[in-house]
Structure formats: C-alpha cells, structure tokens
Ligand binder design. Structure first.
Ligand code: ZN
Ligand code: MN
Length: 483
C-alpha cells in the first residue's frame, strides 16, 4: 500500500507592539531579566488585564493577508495548565471564537502549480516567561531561573487546516514557512527573527493510506526554533512513521522531542487534547466586537503583499528567478525600485544587487536597511558602467569604498584620480596617442603579430587610470591596426 504524508503547523509569532498584551510594560528583548514586569504580567491577585488595541489590529491584518474571515464577536479564554513560566496558572488565549478563521496562504505546490494551503484559525494569546537553566542541557541543570519579561508579550498563533489543502511534503512545508514569514514581515506585524524566538513552530505529522479520508495518529514536535532543525525533525519523523506502518503498526498520538545532536525524535508525552486544558471564557475580558469600519481601517494600512510585489518587479523586465530573490525581503525590493528611478538598465541593477551588494552585506553581516550608501548612489555607479565610463572591475573597487565611507561614486572616482571616458571620441584619441607613442609595438601588430595587443591595451588603461573598458579598447586597436 502507498502512503501519503500530511504536515500541519501551529506557528507562534511575537507581535512587534510597543507594550505587552494586557498591561503597559514595554516589549524589549534586550532588557535585563525581570525588569519589564508589573502585577498584571506576573499574575498577582487582583490585577486585571486591559487589552492592547494595536495587537488586535495586527491580528486582523494577519487575517486579511491570509484571506481569513474576521470574526465579528471574538472572545478570550483561559487555557489552564501549570508550568513555572506561567505565573497565573493559566494562559489567556482564544478558543471558541478566535479573531480570524478559514483562510489560505498560496504557495507553489510540488507539482509546480499554485497551491492554497488551508489556514484554520488565527488567534491571539499571551506569551509565557522564559526559563533559563543552570546548564545547557536541561537534564544536567541543578536549578532553573525564570525571566518574566516575555510573559504577556502578544503572541499570534496561526494554525493550518489539515482538511483544506494540507501540506504534503517537506518541500511544501518549507515553502509554507518561508512564505508565511515573508508575509508577516511584509505587513510589519513581526520581525520574525527566529533566533530571538519571534517565530516558533509546533509541527505535526501523520501518515495515511494514499487518497484516504482519515488521518492517522499525529505526532507533534514542539517549539522548533530553526528551519533546519524543523526540516531534520520532519524528515526523521516521516521516515519513522512510514517504517512503523510498513511493519504493520500504527503510530500513536504523542508529543515528541527533537534531539538536535542526534537528529532523531524521542517520545516526550502522550499528546494532550483540548479537554485537558479546561478552556473557559475569561471573565475578566469582555467579548470584543469588531465592526466593518474597524476592519476597513486595518485594510487601509495594508501594504503591497509579496505576490503583488513580485508581479511588479517582473514588469521591470527582471527574470522571475531574480525577482523572487529581490522580493524575499521587502526592504531589498524597495532598494531596487529606488535605484530604478535613477537608472534605466533594470536588469543590470538586479544583477549588481544580487551579486555584488549581497556579497558585501554578507561579509559585513548587515541587512540592507543598514547599507551605508544611498540607492541613488548605487544607481549612479551602475550608470557609469552602463555608459562605459568605467569598467566593471573599477566599479567593484569603487563599490567597496562606497561601502566603507558611504560616499557617492563621483567623490571616490575624483579622489582616486580615475579618468572617466566621457565619449567614445575621447577613447579613440587616447588610443591614437598610444599608437604614436608605442610605434614599434604598433607596427608589429600591423605586421600580423597579436602578441603586443595586450601591451597596448595596458598602455591605454594606464592613461585612463583604469577608467576605460578593455573590450572597447581592443575593438578600437583592432580596427586601427589589424584591418
Ligand atoms: Zn506588565
Ligand atoms: Mn499557543
């Protein structure tokens, strides 16, 4: 019998609001432990939550970007469980009426066709604090400390729908996560920095006979904090379950732990179901009415989304593969478009960004928003190349210097004494000079020797201080001496 894989995600995203979800403590990642806390977010008796309006706007914004239905009457619920990072003994979350439901996110399916992955729900909840163990390995730790700065930071949970176009392979899973992260960054509700815990995933995997309607027992792997680990864990888990089925056994429903060193998953506990949490509506928070006007206001703040941006970049004449790279990060596509205002060779701009600018940014571990020079100056540099005023090689050294100093290319070219070739006639003139000065080499070329050609090109380059294109020089010399 053939089996198929079904993969589901519960993605937790920390929203970039200024203050926490139910109190006015600031959200600051670098703050000293337990410095951004108050009676509300440490769950002290009598403290009452007050909902952060901005967090609700962000949730609706995510819902609209993911084609969801917005619930006109949403509610918060208490999810009861005990853990030291959860001071109240319950998490304020949403259960029966989340902010958004029944959406989809379109990715490229494994068959090369657009594939709208079902989104079951998007709900808003509070994050828990952070446990810091006294040793790297949890088992080796003598004690743990808890930092409540993160407690009550707004957390958006996005859940895929395993009954509506579920993810069917590791590749689709990866494309879903990348697209989701890109989308949330585009709409500016989260930075989604994985290393900072701003984008965390629980992933569940089940296997069923191909074309079957039933879903096998799911195993869930919690809190995967890197894409690579997630893919390793998924890969292992899919193989493990297939092996089990092949030997005639059914996988059990359970939560498993990924061992990052051994790259295997291990059983942790049997998975809890919703009844275990004793959800009930939070009596401290009333029902939230979200009217059309509110949704319309949020819709007005919606920027261009990744797919629209991609279409538009392609219209600049950029090949799709390059356009995909340029739109991965909205700031990069912004940089490109700014350049395109000043330079009409759009493909050249794209090439220079993807090859040379990315290399420099990588070397200095900078994001494009920290790029030391202006898009306008970058476009000017490319204009020099396009108009054959300087060579690619020279442009590259100028670019390095722009990166160091943030200066305009004109300034750097002036300081280095690079002689710009202003028009083709000028280059012809310099070539004539060199032919005159190097009469012997020139006559050898006239007599059919090709060997001195490079020498003559070198002489012309010297006179222009590298400012001319060697290919152009060769053309001129060949025309003058070899025909
Ligand atoms: Zn607080
Ligand atoms: Mn959750």
């Amino acid at each position: 019998m053939r089996y198929e894989t079904i993969i589901g995600f519960e993605t937790h995203v920390e929203l970039k609001t200024e203050s926490k979800l139910f109190c006015d403590c600031p959200v600051r990642y670098e703050a000293p432990p337990n410095s951004e806390v108050c009676p509300v977010c440490t769950g002290q008796p009598g403290a009452l939550p007050v909902l952060n309006r901005r967090a609700v706007e962000f949730s609706i914004k995510a819902g609209l970007a993911l084609n969801c239905r917005v619930n006109p009457n949403a509610r918060f619920a208490r999810k009861n469980y005990f853990y030291p990072d959860l001071p109240k003994g319950y998490q304020i979350s949403q259960y029966e009426r989340p902010f958004c439901e029944n959406g989809h996110l379109e990715i490229l399916g494994d068959d090369g066709q657009p594939y709208p992955v079902g989104i079951k729900r998007i709900h808003l909840e509070e994050d828990a604090g952070k446990l810091v163990h006294s040793a790297d390995a949890y088992e080796a730790a003598d004690y743990s400390l808890v930092d409540y700065n993160r407690a009550c930071v707004p957390l958006l949970e996005i859940v895929t729908d395993h009954t509506q176009n579920p993810l069917r392979s590791l590749n689709e899973a990866r494309r879903y996560l990348e697209k989701l992260r890109q989308m949330l960054q585009y709409i500016e509700i989260s930075d989604c920095v994985i290393e900072k815990g701003q984008f965390r995933c629980d992933v569940n995997i089940s296997i069923r006979p191909e074309g079957g309607a039933d879903y096998g027992n799911r195993s869930e792997i919690k809190n995967m904090a890197s894409f690579r680990y997630m893919m390793d864990a998924l890969d292992y888990e899919v193989k493990r379950q297939r092996r089990l089925l092949a030997s005639g056994k059914w996988p059990v429903q359970e939560t498993r732990l990924f061992d990052e060193k051994k790259k295997i998953t291990l059983p942790m506990r049997s998975k809890e179901d919703a009844p275990d949490y004793r959800y009930f509506p939070d009596p401290d928070l009333t029902e939230i009415h979200i009217d059309e006007a509110f949704v319309a206001r949020v819709r007005d703040t919606m920027p261009e989304l990744p797919d629209q941006k991609l279409d538009r970049i392609i219209q600049y004449g950029i090949p799709r593969a390059d356009a995909l790279i340029l739109t991965r990060d909205r700031a990069v596509s912004g940089f490109f478009e700014e350049c395109a205002l000043h330079c009409s060779e759009h493909r050249k701009i794209a090439n220079w960004i993807i090859k040379d600018l990315f290399r420099l940014l990588n070397e200095h571990a900078l994001s494009i928003s920290a790029c030391p020079f202006l898009p306008r100056d970058f476009a000017d540099l490319i204009n020099y190349v396009v108009q054959d005023k300087i060579t690619d090689a020279i442009a590259r050294t100028v670019l390095e210097e722009m990166f160091q100093t943030g200066e305009a290319p004109r300034t750097i070219i002036g300081r280095k004494g690079i002689k710009l070739i202003r028009d083709p006639g000028e280059l012809e003139k310099i070539c004539s000079e060199v032919i005159e000065e190097q009469a012997e080499a020139a006559s050898r070329v006239r007599d059919g020797s090709t060997e001195p050609v490079n020498f003559l090109i070198g002489q012309v380059m010297k006179k222009t201080r590298g400012g001319a294109n060697p290919k152009k020089i060769r053309e001129i010399l060949q025309r003058r001496l070899m025909t």
